[in-house]
Design a protein around this ligand. Sequence first.
Ligand SMILES: Cc1ncc(COP(=O)(O)O)c(C=O)c1O
Length: 393
Amino acid sequence: MTAEAELLQFRKEFPILDRTTYLISNSLGAMPRGVYDTTKEYCDTWASRGVRAWEEQWWMLAREVGDEIGLLMNAAPGTISCHQNVTQCQAIIASCLDFSGKRNKVVYSDMNFPSVMYFWEGQRAYGARVNMVKTDDGITVPLDRMLDAIDEETLIVPMSHVVFRSSYIQDAKAIIDKAHKVGAMVLLDTFQSLGTMPIDVQALNVDFVTGGVLKWLCGGPGTAYLYVRPDLGTKLQPKFTGWTAHENPFAFKIGAIDYCEAPYRFMNGTPNIPALYIARPGLKIIREAGAERIRAKSQRQTAALIRLADEKGWKVNTPRDPAVRGGTVSIEMPNSKEVCAELLKRDVVVDYRPKAGVRMSPHFYTRDEELNTAIDTVEEILSEMKVGPTSWA
Ligand SMILES: Cc1ncc(COP(=O)(O)O)c(C=O)c1O
């Protein structure tokens, strides 16, 4: 059996694939059927063990699931904590920083995910100087401009590995190396990359990594991960903290915190236990599917989608070079927003984003025929709307 045929064997694990053309892992991955079991396991544990569940299982869960995520990025055990979302992970890292000195610059691109921007913009109130690097084409982030912006006054570079709008892959290694050369740190957002391509945090020597499991990792909402490089994990002191980060949380000591070791050091309040249960089946499947195989298939299928869009004369807002293209193809056709709404009604599940168009994301479970179904359905909708193939511009 070929590698791709093996990947298609996983289709039976995802009920929604029987009913829809599911091309939206950039937003919410398909639910593995195993989630029914782990949800029941959660309920059974709560129902039968009550509060004893904390000591027996739940307290350790955030670390265990963190370690499972770590396997996908070559992170050492105990370096990843789990949180509610990526925005909170930004806040945890920001709370370790001091913006009062000369080194208070925060460098990122205008192609970053907006929630992350809103958060860092908010840090101006605490002394952060935000330097936003602009895109020229709305697809890529100019590497030279990013590297030039990172200087001796830069404290942190919160960057998307893969840009959500265009699926452009930023050169994380070059940016991390430059940041380290001038004494700055990098917080890499791998929300749109982990699960689509191999990532090695140790080879990258990255300071921090964050992302969520609900998209490409098929892990559902409510679990985000935060990797902290081990040497930083012993030093940093998050001010956004709480009792789960205490060395002895059940002593309920009053006053300032005594930090425990990572990963709990970077946590704060009660973890989101049901979300951790539902994250596990997807993580297991992604591990079994394997990043190399997923990436090879993704490069081939995204190329096929671009070819099909080109044939129709639609605009592709995604890099054509497979080396810098992530798992999504953003396609702008006439009335993209309305077309997207109509696609959903016809069970072609995709989304629309301003300045991107309709985002289509084949994953390891996608059949080639589904790419044709998606494009043919767009064509059908456009012909019903009586929009000519070139009238959109
Ligand atoms: C690159 C990237 N970062 C962050 C987020 C979301 O952040 P949060 O987990 O805070 O909702 C998304 C998408 O939802 C994203 O695509």
